[in-house]
Write a protein that binds this ligand. Sequence first.
Ligand SMILES: Cc1cc2nc3c(=O)[nH]c(=O)nc-3n(C[C@H](O)[C@H](O)[C@H](O)COP(=O)(O)O)c2cc1C
Length: 369
Amino acid sequence: MAVNLFSPLELGGITLPNRIVISPMCQYSADDGSLSDWHMVHLGHLAYSGAGLMILEATHVTREGRITHGCSGLYSEHNEAAMKRVIDQCRRLSNNPIGVQIGHAGRKASSQVPWEGRLWLKPEQSPWETVAPSAIAYSEGWHIPRELTVAEIKGLVDAFVSSAERAKRIGFDVVELHSAHGYLLHQFLSPLSNQRTDAYGKDRMKFPLEVARAVREAWPKERALGARITANDWMPGGHGPDDAVAYARELERIGLDYVCVSSGGLVGHANLNVGPGYQVPLAEKVKKATGIKVQTVGMIADAQQAEDILAAGKADMVTMARAFLDNPRWVWHAAERFGVKLDYPPQYARSRHDQWPGARIARNGWSGD
Ligand SMILES: Cc1cc2nc3c(=O)[nH]c(=O)nc-3n(C[C@H](O)[C@H](O)[C@H](O)COP(=O)(O)O)c2cc1C
């Protein structure tokens, strides 16, 4: 019987060899936006994980749009050259598609990397001025952002396009717009963070859709364009599942090829009930109401759990973050579990369990030769 996880998927102009996606994951290890040797190793080894698509971490369209001093960017020639060096190396290791997530942190910019505390940057940590749709802080104590002018909003649309053009030159297969997790595009979508009285407040989708349209123009049709969207602020009066459906419909109309349905991150005190597959019902809702391809993400780690989501038609792709940090061989083990034969890099061919002497020896019970 065909295994859903390992069936190919047409996404825009590209084909994913399977439906397993490595979720974007900030590494906070860039230098003024430029990827480092850490990324070379981290992405290099995820590149040959067998996942049908790997998406690079949130990569910011301006210097001020970075979440932290260590965040990735695509706002300079240096950033572009450094990212190209890493991606060229990944291409030598695998033919599987690679994407990049582009975004702007808005009022959540100028913050500490997680291992420094994940709070706002203190005066001695070189903070910078943050911007947002309205002058409302993310949480108590956080920098109060400056409200963006209309001219600045237009400039940010251009910044998204410019980063997409850099991504095109680097040779990515996929660009993903980050409009979730409380970052700038999400800040425009939610009534809790967007209290503008101008056209960008009366129609909260206006700026995110302007970005989507402009990037769609610039990004080749023979590649794929998606967005990470949010389907719940988990706060009364916030952006909710019906708003996510309306937004996904507009993105589909503009010609985006997929959405990844996530939630949360808009405010520090949200009422989130996290558990296995907790965002799957949100993805399913968007999938049922639209024709756009849907990724589901969040607390998915078990291969059977992932397969069941796809078999039930709740999503088209399963996207995982922490499971891949924990076990970069997730795909190989899932393939083995479902009897699917994958090509391993030849250097690692002997790790395949059917190659071991006296095949199927318990992983921990073999002493090697
Ligand atoms: C280390 C780390 C970095 C992350 N960075 C990003 C990011 O750059 N962009 C994003 O949309 N989500 C980011 N996330 C969220 C994940 O992509 C994912 O949505 C979340 O962790 C839930 O999936 P999981 O349960 O499979 O980890 C990050 C998560 C982790 C653990």
